[in-house]
Design a protein around this ligand. Structure first.
Ligand code: HEC
Length: 145
């Protein structure tokens, strides 16, 4: 009679094993140290620190516009991404994503014209933008959404 239980035990093991594998797939991918380092290079290359402070604490230089603290920003990651990609029209916060507004729609809009008063630098592709967010979230926004 015992053999009858073997298929049950096997399928139970498979089901449990499958469950574990699915849970791993569903978990958000942790950025690798390489991705964070790539993001740090972009932070440095773009000189975000000139306006937002070396540690994202907010700018205070007499030579640069004073950007707000990225540590204390109430924006969530998706919005911080979008603001970094597309800038803030009418302010000194530039758009950093390649093709911002023209090829890549901004703030939920279809691609089109660059709004007046927007500085487009357009230096980084979406993977680089993600690395930049990985750096920001691994350092001065650690533990935030
Ligand atoms: C030339 C100065 C300057 C540079 C360089 C700059 N920013 Fe900004 N940034 C600003 C200013 C000024 C604002 C605030 C605009 C406003 O709301 O009036 C701002 C706003 C932001 C905000 C919105 C924060 C909030 O809580 O409202 C984010 C996010 C941001 N910047 C990220 C970045 C990142 C990341 C970089 C580098 C890729 C960067 N900025 C480079 C000037 C700059």
């Amino acid at each position: 009679m015992a053999f009858r239980f073997i298929p049950l035990a096997l399928s139970l093991m498979l089901a449990l094993g499958g469950g574990v594998a699915m849970a791993q797939e569903a978990a958000p991918a942790e950025p690798t140290p390489e991705q964070i380092l790539a993001g740090k290079r972009i932070w440095t290359d773009a000189a975000c620190f000139n306006c937002h402070g070396t540690n994202g604490q907010g700018g205070s230089s007499k030579d640069f516009p004073h950007g707000p603290s990225l540590r204390q920003s109430a924006l969530d990651r998706a919005t911080i991404y979008e603001v970094t990609a597309c800038g803030l029209p009418g302010t000194l916060m530039p758009a950093w994503a390649k093709g911002a507004y023209t090829e890549r729609g901004c703030f939920g809009d279809e691609p089109g014209e660059v709004p007046e008063g927007t500085r487009v630098i357009g230096a980084y592709d979406e993977a680089q933008m993600q690395s930049l967010m990985d750096y920001i979230y691994a350092t001065f926004r650690k533990g935030k959404d």
